[in-house]
Design a protein around this ligand. Structure first.
Ligand code: ADP
Ligand code: ZN
Ligand code: ZN
Length: 746
């Protein structure tokens, strides 16, 4: 920034991918630089925008003036800014939207009004809940406020943020204050509390655990990289319970001792109070925890703590990656293979990949840890790009749990029909119920409800060209591949065993619940799936109930496979192991292998040894066989070969253009136009398919199409897409978004 610069080039938090120029008014001269957040008139409105750069000239003749610059130092430091620019071009997302996702949006507000008011509960939770009953009918808004506060884990709520989140005005909160259920706290008091906490600062943790030889060897290598301050991407491949977290902790410790900061990324779902506790115990109050369950105001406060150097380690989900640290020393990505690292809204970035890039831009090491590294990741090891570190055994010679395989085909032959609970599984559940121990039953329902499966041999129809499960479409009585568009007529006889018993649906968690109730009417059952967990905190509530022993059996989709650490669970059963294999997804085998490995690693964490039962029709499928034998290397070898043949990632990349429209014809037309124009403009070697109706073609009264590109040149293809979409004003009432390296393609 030059003090004499008079023009600011600004991007906005909108879908328009271009810069707008503004005059810097006299009173703001010298105060506006790259990375600043400003307010500027835009059409009829006043919008927040980010300054990309300042200069002394503009190609536009008459410019409007900036209105204001957000007063506190709230700019994006250079490495983060570079990161944003890279993300913008790689993920084909306007820079303004990328920058927006790097901040808690609420910051802009608190930055403006210096005297924010904070609210906290003034009574204990039981009293509040009791009081809520009397509110039930009469004061809906007040009830909403209390419910919101009770759901959250934090103590203080910024008034405006609270009202915005609940969707009420201050009135409801004021009433509750009058009734002494809530109390008002000033920012000054809050700061005082913070500084009291600060007294505990960072105390060098006492390392009561002596690292074993493997851990020490791994740590030495990481420390060498830390000391030479260079970019080294490490892949820490260690079986579940091999002491990876302990290695992260020691590495972070080293970083903090040198006065630098660290980022510890954890999948949202694993970010339980126990994980939080583990890091707080070791690092005291320099830990900042950052995740989506925090209120907007709390996120803003955590962000400020990091920026002001009060927090030196952030433990958090995806967005913690953008922590405003000035001297970052290390990034750790735990469970790096997790799908939840992929953001499913714009910018659709993958946090693991961006972590590696941030490390590269900052010239520091990054550790990607997992028991089952993603194929993309291990492929980078084979290519010599990443350095592999291994922890081959569980600490203290603890054993992996016993895994029992139930061949459903055999069950079907003996029982004459496919039952949800096999005889061995039923026996084991009954045994646990008698002993008062807990059981988890696990089923992936998603995508498992609309495929063609033979009831006799378990054969599931796949596309010959894509190895992707075909989806049954009732309306046209056809099976369809959502990758290449191929269709076949509804089969009458099984292509493998000739049986006529083909069913065009799978089973869901509700059916499992019914089957369980039929055999064990007295069992207390909790079901957790996307129907029972509609609001974002409900799965934590369900898990808490289960942990407290309020139920004997927990039935759930994949969301329960992770972050489970229930000492009283001694039996984990997968109802049908291949349910994840049937997703119309080229990563299906990989996901199944990871999930089964994960599930197997979860049982028996407490005192009592655990058992795992895996029911399957496909007892010879490599994903299942390798998971049973804990054989990662063999699985990867076979899977990479298959991916190479089909030209799938990590050998090629996909880009998915998602087209959404209320009007079916308009959407279809837009999709066709885009695909046709791309076919002409993409570089040689890039394939264009579509428009294909997405598997869930109609969601919330909108139709979805995909135009799928397969390429080895993302940046070039993005340019072509940008050109094709620049004419998109012609596509009225159609929404278009681009997903680079997509995960969910149905
Ligand atoms: P992972 O992250 O690989 O699943 P953890 O680091 O969580 O493994 O370790 C599993 C358990 O073993 C934890 O309870 C941890 O405290 C303990 N542990 C880790 N390293 C050691 C060690 N060297 N000696 C004894 N216990 C250890
Ligand atoms: Zn196909
Ligand atoms: Zn069959």
């Amino acid at each position: 920034m030059k003090l004499s610069d008079t023009i600011a080039h600004v991007v906005f938090e909108i879908a328009l991918d271009r810069e707008f120029d503004y005059k810097i008014p006299v009173h703001l001269l010298g105060k506006v630089g790259a990375g600043c957040i400003v307010q500027a008139p835009f059409g009829e409105r006043v919008l927040h925008g980010f300054v990309v750069k300042t200069s002394n000239s503009s190609s536009f003749p008459s410019l409007k003036e900036l209105q204001d610059v957000v007063p506190e130092k709230l700019f994006i430091e250079t490495p983060l800014f570079k990161l944003a620019q890279w993300m913008s071009s790689y993920y084909a997302c306007p820079l303004g939207l990328v920058l927006k996702s790097m901040y808690p949006s609420y910051l802009r507000k608190t930055m403006r009004n210096a005297h924010a008011e904070y609210i906290s509960l003034n009574k204990n939770k039981e009293d509040v809940i009791r009081y809520m009953d009397t509110l039930r009918k009469r004061a809906k808004r007040q009830l909403d406020v209390l419910e919101y506060i009770l759901q959250k884990r934090e103590v203080f709520f910024e008034m405006d943020a609270l009202c915005a989140a609940v969707g009420c005005d201050n009135n409801a909160v004021e009433r509750l204050i009058k009734k002494e259920l809530l109390a008002r706290i000033t920012e000054d008091e809050l700061v005082k509390r913070d500084s009291r906490l600060d007294r505990y600062k960072y105390v060098t943790p006492i390392n009561s655990i002596t690292l074993n030889l493997d851990q020490q060897r791994v740590l030495n290598q990481i420390e060498a990289a830390l000391d030479s301050r260079e970019f080294v991407p490490f892949v820490l491949h260690g079986v579940t319970g091999s002491g990876k977290t302990e290695v992260y902790i020691r590495s972070i410790q080293r970083v903090l001792e040198r006065g630098q900061q660290a980022i510890m990324l954890i999948p949202e779902i694993s970010l339980t109070p126990q994980t939080e506790e583990r890091f707080r115990k070791r690092f005291g109050n320099v830990v900042s925890v950052f995740h989506s369950r925090l209120s907007d105001g709390a996120r803003a406060r955590e962000w400020k703590k990091m920026r002001d150097g009060k927090a030196k380690l952030v433990v958090g989900a995806r967005s913690a990656l953008f922590a405003p640290f000035s001297d970052l020393g290390l990034i750790v990505v735990d469970e790096e293979h997790e799908r939840s690292y992929k953001q499913e809204e714009s910018p659709r970035y993958h946090a693991r990949d961006i972590a590696v890039l941030r490390a590269k831009l900052s010239n520091i090491p990054v550790i990607l840890g997992s028991a089952t590294p993603a194929l993309e990741t291990i492929y980078n090891v084979y290519q010599g790009k990443y350095t592999l570190l291994k922890l081959p055994a569980r600490v203290d010679d603890r054993q992996l749990p016993e895994v029992i395989l139930v061949d459903l085909a055999k069950e079907v032959r003996e029982e004459k029909k496919w039952v949800v609970l096999s005889v061995p599984l039923k026996q084991k559940i009954s045994d646990r119920l008698d002993k008062g121990e807990q059981v988890i039953l696990f089923l992936n329902r998603r995508g498992f409800s609309s495929m063609a499966v033979c009831q006799q041999c378990g054969y599931i129809y796949e596309c010959d060209d894509c190895s992707i499960t075909l989806t049954y479409h009732k309306s046209v009585e056809r099976l369809m591949c959502h990758f290449c568009g191929k269709m076949i007529t509804k089969p009458v006889f099984c292509g493998k065993c000739g049986s006529s018993e083909i069913k065009f649906s799978g089973i869901g968690t509700q059916k499992v619940e019914r089957a369980l109730k039929a055999v064990f009417p007295e069992a207390r059952v909790l079901r957790m799936d996307s129907d029972t967990t509609t609001h974002k905190d409900s799965h934590f509530e369900l898990l808490t109930q289960f942990r407290r022993g309020k139920a004997d059996v927990l039935i759930g989709t994949q969301m329960i496979a992770k972050g489970l650490d229930f000492p009283r669970v001694t039996l984990v059963g997968t109802i049908i192991a291949e349910s994840t294999l049937c997703l119309p997804d080229f990563r299906a085998a990989e996901t199944t292998f990871q999930l089964l490995t994960q599930v197997a690693g979860r049982s028996g964490r407490g005192e009592i040894p655990g058992e795992v039962v895996i029911q399957t029709f496909m007892k010879d499928h490599p994903a299942i066989v390798c998971a049973l034998q804990h054989d990662y290397d063999r699985f990867v070898e076979g899977e990479l070969k298959a991916r190479k043949e089909l030209l799938y990632p990590p050998f090629y990349r996909f880009i998915n253009i998602i087209i959404t429209a209320k009007d079916k014809k308009k959407g279809q037309w837009a999709g066709t136009q885009i695909a046709q124009s791309l076919i002409k403009t993409v570089s040689k070697g890039t394939e264009v398919k579509g428009p294909l109706p997405s598997m869930v073609h109609r969601k919330r009264a909108h139709f979805y199409w995909h135009v799928l590109l397969k390429t080895n040149d993302v940046f070039g293809t993005n340019e072509a897409i940008k050109q094709a979409l620049s004419k998109s004003t012609r596509f009225t009432q159609v929404r278009i978004s681009v997903d680079v390296d997509p995960y969910y393609m149905w």
